[in-house]
Design a protein around this ligand. Structure first.
Ligand code: ADP
Ligand code: MG
Length: 487
């Protein structure tokens, strides 16, 4: 038990204590919800669901994680977001720290299980039932036949719920082809796009379609993160043979977000062998990533070549027409009424990705339902104020260079110069990072503005992302600059 009596917030045990605990539990529920939305179901269930609240004192939240590996992974990839999401729900929180506590360890195999009961926001020491419970989200279903390793599929992610437009018609057609055909036409099918544009949706749709046509075929769908997690577990348990068998006994293997495999040597090696063996045995492989195979950072060349050797299909950013279509389809699916002018307004102003579009619509509907008021253009603008001002504002690379130079008190010419000292190089990397995050310009385009090539920009983006995890000064600089540039 981590919370010693009377030390929780320095408040004596009793009503006040349990009230605050309840509040923190409620906040944790909200944080979990946001994390799940932001990182997707598979990353959430592999890495984030197993966390439990250890306590909160003097603005410091303690989270328990079951293994050291998990702690390191969370620190590297998620801690900054966990902290800022907590702060959104409770501005008094200054820090989130992570501690390994083996007793909160359970199997994270089946993603439908919310093994921690933390859906209710319970504190670790309050849990009475250590057995996995079924999550309340009934839209997730585990595919049978591949044991506990397959991640659940979302019932809503079907071909019939996928709205097709110019930006995704090729990827849709390719996915449909693979799902329809029993023969292997292209192997692997490699889908890629920016976030929230429908890759996971299409993969689930393929799986549903195959299962519906022929329930005897085994489809294994999992995130690359879970693949890695399982692999590391197998290594630790000296059970890699069983691990490989699980993959080799399937008809169709789908791995979502393979960019996460980059850089991990042993896992890459294993992935490469499993991948080759499956292809040789005539099994269909479907992969998704946020980049094309050649752009995958930290991936061995032979693997890049292999990944791109089937059919590569990308999903482009949405068009206005597609956004309109998606909104209309979601609205009619929900059986609600939204004025046409509001739908058009959303389609033209929320132009980042489909996930944001869905989020905006959900928020609007929830608001209307809660206060029982009709949705109007006025109320829409009010409710979505924060989303809209960000999307409305088109930032240019020149503006980014000017503001970054001002902020770090260097000259714009320095950012474009050859100078390598840290006081110039760091602002330059941050400016490149912001150009990638805040504009739609390509890496070569950004590179040209700094008299550099695209690999330098790619390196800068990665570097800043890494620094933001470890150096709170840098992440503050980035947050502040983003705010300055977006206002
Ligand atoms: P990605 O995997 O590319 O990050 P997702 O597949 O998770 O994106 O999509 C994000 C959300 O947007 C999901 O809820 C998905 O159903 C929805 N979505 C994306 N594209 C479409 C589309 N063309 N039609 C309907 N819904 C879509
Ligand atoms: Mg996805």
């Amino acid at each position: 038990m981590s919370l010693k009596e009377g030390t929780f917030f320095g408040v004596k045990e009793g009503m006040a204590d349990s009230l605050i605990k309840n509040q923190v539990s409620e906040q944790w529920c909200l944080v979990r919800k946001d994390l799940r939305n932001e990182f997707g179901e598979s990353a959430f269930s592999s890495w984030l669901a197993p966390m439990a609240i250890g306590g909160l004192a003097s603005g410091r939240v303690k989270m328990f994680v079951p293994t050291r590996f998990m702690k390191e992974w969370i620190l590297k990839n998620y801690s900054a977001r966990i902290q800022s999401i907590w702060q959104e729900h409770n501005p008094e929180i200054k820090e989130v720290c992570f501690e390994v506590k083996a007793s909160c360890s359970v199997d994270v195999g089946g993603g439908v299980k919310d093994s921690y009961g933390s859906e209710t926001g319970l504190f670790e020491e309050e849990r009475t039932d250590r057995l996995p419970v079924i999550a309340s989200n009934h839209s997730l279903v585990t595919v049978s036949g591949v044991g506990e390793i397959s991640a659940p599929l979302d019932l809503r992610y079907t071909f019939s719920n996928f709205v097709v437009g110019k930006s995704n018609e090729f990827a849709y057609a390719a996915a449909m082809r693979v799902a329809e055909s029993k023969d292997i036409l292209f192997n692997p099918l490699y889908l890629y796009s920016g976030v929230g544009l429908g890759k996971t949706h299409l993969m689930h749709a393929i799986a549903w379609h195959i299962k519906e046509k022929d329930p005897t075929r085994t489809v294994l769908y999992l995130s690359a993160e879970k693949f890695m997690y399982k692999f590391v577990q197998a290594l630790r348990n000296k059970d890699t043979i069983h691990f490989k068998e699980q993959f080799r006994s399937v008809d169709v293997l789908m791995i979502d977000d393979v960019q996460f495999i980059s850089g991990k040597d042993a896992t890459q090696e294993e992935f490469f062998h499993t991948f080759n063996a499956l292809i040789d045995e005539g099994k269909q492989i479907i992969l998704s990533a946020d980049k094309s195979p050649t752009e995958l950072d930290g991936m061995e060349n032979r693997l890049k070549t292999r990944l791109g050797s089937g059919l590569v299909a990308d999903i482009h950013p949405t068009t206005y027409e597609l956004r309109l279509g998606i909104l209309q389809s979601k609205i009619s699916g929900l059986g609600v009424e939204v004025p046409q002018e509001v739908i058009e307004f959303l389609a033209s102003h929320i132009n980042t990705n489909v996930r944001e579009l869905e989020g905006a619509l959900k928020r609007l509907l929830a608001h209307a339902e809660l206060i029982g008021r009709q949705i109007t253009l006025e109320s829409t603008k009010e409710i979505l104020k924060d989303l809209l001002c960000f999307c409305d504002r088109k930032v240019t690379i020149d503006e980014i260079q000017t503001k970054v130079a001002e902020y770090f008190k260097v000259r714009v010419a320095d950012l474009r110069s050859e100078r390598r000292e840290r006081s110039i190089a760091r602002p330059r990397q941050i400016a490149m990072y912001l150009a990638k995050k805040l504009t739609v310009r390509s890496l070569p385009d950004i590179g040209r503005k700094f008299d550099r090539d695209h690999t330098t920009v790619m390196h800068a983006v990665k570097k800043v992302e890494e620094l933001m995890q470890t150096d709170s000064g840098i992440s503050e600089d980035v947050v502040l600059l983003t705010r300055i540039l977006s206002s």
